[in-house]
Write a protein that binds this ligand. Structure first.
Ligand code: BTN
Length: 255
């Protein structure tokens, strides 16, 4: 906490030795009274949640499980940009320790293996956001053996990549400081360019063949670029035109 150089983000922070899920807890509190910038941290989650109803494993002291509550005055349609800002801030915060890439829209990977997942949950009406809870799970000091067997081949950790343990507090502080900087600039001026640049430069999907999974269909496509709205531009098989894909609607799988 002393390392935190933010203006508002994480100035209110609640730390749990163990909790079912920081996102669920943050949403319950925000439902009563959303506190912009409040951060929830857990040393362990017993019912960590991933996207699409999946489980997220956060064994004690081995991962970072963090949720932030934000009350941005932006159209609900733009909320997916916040996820991109988180991803960009993570890349920036880790640039001196590892070469990470963004698997649009929600995952951070190293050599194709998942290091960090982002779960953005929004409470909104048609034109107004009540609050956003953004959950971030980072595999910090998790060894190969400590990972659930079914994800061992798909996931990695900073410990596995660097061969040594990292100080989670240092990473949390540097992530929150960086995120606040991009977030505040985006909210004040709508400036999304720094994020977009990082997302393009560190993309794990641009230029690659991917599967776009939308409702019932699964189509092969080539990822071409990320546009000004944060949408992924893809070229479906046998098509010349590019199609923008909105983050909320798809999940991208490796080929
Ligand atoms: C995903 O990749 O599916 C998203 C994973 C998000 C995990 C984090 S850990 C902190 C927060 N609390 C949760 O229950 N989930 C998110």
């Amino acid at each position: 906490r002393q390392q935190l150089k933010t203006h508002f983000l994480g100035q209110k922070m609640q730390v749990f030795p163990t909790i079912p899920s920081t996102n669920v807890f943050a949403k319950e509190e925000a439902q009563q009274k959303p506190e912009n910038g409040k951060v929830y941290l857990a040393e362990e989650q017993t019912l960590g949640r991933g996207r699409l109803g999946r489980v997220w494993s956060s064994p004690k002291g081995k991962t970072i499980a963090l949720s932030m509550v934000l009350t941005p005055e932006i159209p609900p349609m733009e909320a997916s940009k916040l996820t991109q800002i988180v991803a960009a801030a993570f890349v920036e915060a880790t640039k001196n320790i590892a070469d990470v890439q963004i698997k649009w829209p929600n995952d951070i990977v190293i050599n194709g293996k998942k290091l960090c997942g982002i779960l953005t949950e929004i409470s909104a009406e048609l034109t107004q956001i009540h609050y956003v809870v953004i959950g971030i799970g980072i595999n910090t000091n998790l060894s190969f053996e400590e990972m659930p067997p079914d994800i061992q081949e798909k996931a990695t950790s900073l410990l596995q990549v660097l061969g040594k343990e990292i100080d989670p507090n240092h990473l949390i502080a540097s992530f929150l400081t960086t995120f606040e900087k991009y977030y505040a600039a985006f909210i004040a001026t709508g400036n999304y360019q720094p994020t977009l640049q990082i997302c393009r430069q560190h993309s794990a999907v641009i230029g690659k063949e991917i599967y776009v999974i939308q409702q019932d269909s699964k189509r092969l496509a080539k990822a071409v670029d990320i546009d000004e709205k944060g949408q992924l531009l893809v070229q479906f098989e046998n098509e010349k035109k590019t199609t923008p894909i909105f983050a909320g609607e798809v999940s991208i799988r490796g080929t």
